[in-house]
Design a protein around this ligand. Structure first.
Ligand SMILES: Cc1ncc(COP(=O)(O)O)c(C=O)c1O
Length: 430
């Protein structure tokens, strides 16, 4: 039997089942802190929430932090913290998680999309100024997949046009721009602690800022529009519109345990990414992720693209990508498509159906915006050609998993001619 016969065609898979372990690693410290919280009797906004908030702020280098029940909540708090008003326009990359943009709608503001830069997959900083109008008040920058945006360029534009900058650092724990941590580079920032994030607490998030006024505005939205925190004697009075965005004690206990291991996780991810990049460099038709000088990636998601021309594929790019991914999965590699749609193509924007009856787009306080998906060709091309990977680069997986993953990639990319692309796509659709 040919040893290079792809597993999708009946060959032997490269990676044996069970080799890749799930995330995050759980130790006695996680068990101890979570059990102590469980037995402690304060399961809502309890002592672990306070401690987690303080520890995270100290770790990240922020003066103020607020523990939330999601990254999306922390993003919404960012819009409010910046004092944005109904109808204000907010720039956001055309490729991200949906709530990088829907958080803008949560505050009755209007998202305006900017195409991405293919190399970094982040907002194209060269295209920001062309999208600014007199209605623009802020930019949500997303440090996508853990690679920081060029914040020197963003802040220069923001200063020139008097814009606020909200960092969506939901994927970027520990990542650095010119030696400074994400979440300290704009006016405020949001982190997520959901299952897959580099800091996992199950679910949850953190709003951070160095500005006391912004902190108080965010805190009011976070807890029912009140002005006092749950640790103080509350007057249970809604001074403004607020939600219930508070974290809970068990989740915070888990988050604290994981935070204490973050620096080690970060080092492991960087070592593993460096090894994988080295093992895969020069692979035909495989576009590997980049880390420009001055940007320190946390490798939350190791995202590759397929060079369609080098692969000699002239059909729909996503068809070859789907076939390659199916072949990689058959070899036992843990890869996946992160997004199937660019943001402006999503129904909420195409149908403008957020609050019904055209709100907030038809509000008399705003100016009309159009969402033409064809205006973001780079984001679309990235979407159609990418596939990503998270767990294999993370603890508790070691270099053995990285090497096995590289072998799976090499086997598939060196044998693209074995793929029956149409057939695999037809099977995928069943
Ligand atoms: C870039 C980005 N922004 C925002 C979010 C939202 O975070 P959460 O799921 O904690 O609300 C996520 C998480 O999936 C994300 O990846």
């Amino acid at each position: 039997m040919k040893t290079n016969k792809l597993a999708i065609n009946g060959g032997k898979p490269v990676i044996q089942k069970g080799l890749i372990k799930s995330w995050p690693p759980i130790s006695d410290l996680d068990r101890k802190l979570v059990m102590a919280s469980l037995e402690g009797g304060k399961h809502a906004h309890g002592p672990n929430c306070k401690a987690f908030t303080e520890e995270f702020a100290a770790w990240n280098g922020n003066k103020f932090a607020i523990n939330t029940n999601s990254g999306t909540a922390a993003l919404h708090m960012g819009l409010v913290a910046c004092g944005l008003n109904a109808g204000d326009h907010v720039l956001v990359p055309a490729y991200s998680w949906s709530s990088s943009a829907t958080c803008i709608l949560h505050n009755n503001c209007i998202p305006v999309f900017v195409d991405i830069d293919f190399a970094t997959i982040n907002i194209d900083v060269k295209k920001i100024e062309a999208a600014i109008t007199p209605k623009t008040r802020a930019i949500v920058v997303v440090h996508l997949h853990g690679l920081p945006v060029n914040m020197d360029a963003v802040m220069k534009i923001a200063r020139k046009h008097k814009l606020y900058v909200i960092e969506d650092a939901c994927q970027a724990h520990g990542a650095l721009f010119k030696g400074r941590k994400t979440g300290t580079l704009g006016h405020c920032a949001a982190f997520s602690f959901n299952q897959n994030k580099c800091l996992c607490a199950g679910e949850g998030g953190m709003f951070v800022t160095n500005d006391e006024g912004m902190y108080h505005k965010a805190r009011s939205l976070w807890s029912f529009g009140e002005t006092r925190s749950p640790e103080e004697s509350r007057d249970y009075h809604a001074y403004a519109l607020g939600w219930m965005y508070r974290g809970n004690d068990l989740t915070a206990a888990f988050g604290r345990a994981q935070l204490s291991k973050m620096d080690r996780y970060f080092k492991i991810q960087r070592e593993h990414a460096a090894l994988l990049l080295d093992l895969l460099k020069g692979t035909p038709a495989l576009i590997l992720p980049t880390e420009p000088k001055g940007h320190t990636h946390n490798w939350y998601n190791f995202t590759s693209r397929i060079d369609m021309r080098a692969a000699k594929w002239t059909g729909e790019p996503s068809m070859l990508r789907n076939a390659v991914m199916a072949a990689l999965k058959a070899e036992g590699a843990q890869v996946g498509v992160w997004q199937n749609f660019i943001l402006p193509r999503m129904t909420v924007f195409q149908a403008k159906n957020a609050y019904g009856k055209g709100c907030p787009w038809d509000c008399h306080l705003t100016k009309p915006v159009k969402y033409d998906p064809e205006a973001y060709p780079v984001a679309q091309h990235h979407t159609d050609t990418h596939f990503g990977m998270t767990n294999p680069l993370r603890a508790p997986n070691g270099k053995q998993v990285v090497r096995a993953t590289a072998r799976a990639f090499l086997k598939v990319f060196n044998n693209l001619d074995q793929l029956d692309v149409e057939h695999i796509n037809a099977l995928n659709q069943k």
